[in-house]
Design a protein around this ligand. Structure first.
Ligand SMILES: [Mn+2]
Length: 344
């Protein structure tokens, strides 16, 4: 991928982790055809020695990052430097420009590799999904009508950490009319009888994300809410059934949208059908009406249609799946059957 006179500067945290196993937030990798360097502050030295066995470690002492970069480049006869255009900030770019090489955009070189997961990565995502769904299930057993959204969210967060999550990525707990906010944060609103409750949760396990959404009925809900639930559930299952290698993401998104349209709710499905995930919570492939991606085996993505009616409430159901040759493997397996909770 690289030519002899080129070096790739990796600054994006997830890409550094992908290439080197380095979990720290600082530093950068410099990769040439022949060598791999990690350039870091002294405080990361021990960590880098432990995690980055295949890298030459360069510690910034009296020299600046740019001086180190320049020295390596001279030694290795580098003329072109590829940098991550989505990660580099303008002030750093101006400094890079002063160095004596031609700057080239890396064009998501690493992200393109990351989109297909290896078995090790899929294992970590699976584990991450297991933790997330277990945390939801166990927390729901403690759920009582009148609990606040934040109280329930805290339970889920704590449980996920007890189960091995290193941190949570995000946690949406919304109830009643607040369910119409696709990305609503939990508040001190009490979760009441007769409302829908949506939990969308992703945690991180060994760097890898999970993503799952379930909507529950708190006791008996109106026929309208139940109807929305069933439309979303059927739409989500339709989406899952279309995922396989070779499928076109825009067409899958469209089929699900058309299904929802049959019931007149198309204007209330206000986001794309899904997204890839891995080291980032949102990465390629993106499933929406704006782009076309062709699915390949071992991509990992979500299918998450929703209906959000302002003043009424909302439903979203989401699974994380691995694309296979003829179908997909669903990693988030807790029940999607319409379920009334908090009544026993
Ligand atoms: Mn998602």
């Amino acid at each position: 991928m690289l030519k002899e006179n080129q070096a790739l500067l990796v600054t994006k945290r997830e890409n550094k982790l992908y290439f080197s196993n380095f979990t720290g937030s600082g530093g950068a990798l410099l990769i040439t055809l022949k060598s791999r360097y990690i350039i870091i502050e002294g405080k990361y030295e021990n960590q880098a020695q432990e995690q980055c066995k295949e890298f030459s470690i360069i510690t910034l002492k009296e020299k600046s990052f740019l001086q180190c970069l320049r020295e390596i480049a001279e030694r290795e006869k580098i003329e072109e430097l590829l940098f991550e255009e989505d990660d580099v900030v303008y002030s750093f770019y101006k400094k890079l420009k002063k160095l004596p090489f031609k700057l080239l955009e890396s064009n998501k070189l690493i992200e393109d590799k990351r989109v297909i997961k290896n078995l090790n990565e899929i294992d970590k995502i699976k584990n991450s999904c297991k933790i997330a769904e277990k945390a939801i299930e166990i927390s729901l057993k403690k759920f009582k009508v009148g609990m606040t959204e934040i109280e329930l969210a805290n339970e889920i967060e704590l449980k996920s950490k007890q189960l091995g999550a290193e941190k949570i990525d995000f946690l949406i707990v919304v109830s009643g009319e607040r369910g119409a906010l696709p990305h609503g944060r939990p508040t001190d609103k009490k979760i009441k009888y007769g409302e829908l409750l949506t939990i969308d949760f992703g945690c991180i396990y060994k760097g890898y994300h999970s993503d799952i959404t379930r909507t529950y009925a708190v006791g008996e809900v109106s026929l309208k809410l139940k109807e929305i639930y069933n439309v979303v559930k059927e739409a989500q299952e339709l989406g899952l059934s279309l995922v396989k290698a070779g499928a076109n993401t825009k067409m899958i998104d469209n089929e699900v949208r058309m299904y929802i349209k049959k019931f007149g709710y198309e204007n209330y499905f206000v986001h794309g059908l899904g997204h890839g995930l891995g080291l980032e919570g949102h990465e390629n492939p993106i499933l929406n009406q704006r782009e076309i991606n062709i699915l390949k085996s071992e991509m990992v993505l979500t299918i998450e249609p929703g209906i959000y009616i302002p003043g009424v409430g909302g439903v979203r159901i989401e699974d994380t799946v691995v694309v296979k040759e003829y179908d997909c493997e669903i990693l988030t397996t807790i029940s999607k059957e319409f379920e009334e909770i908090g009544i026993c």
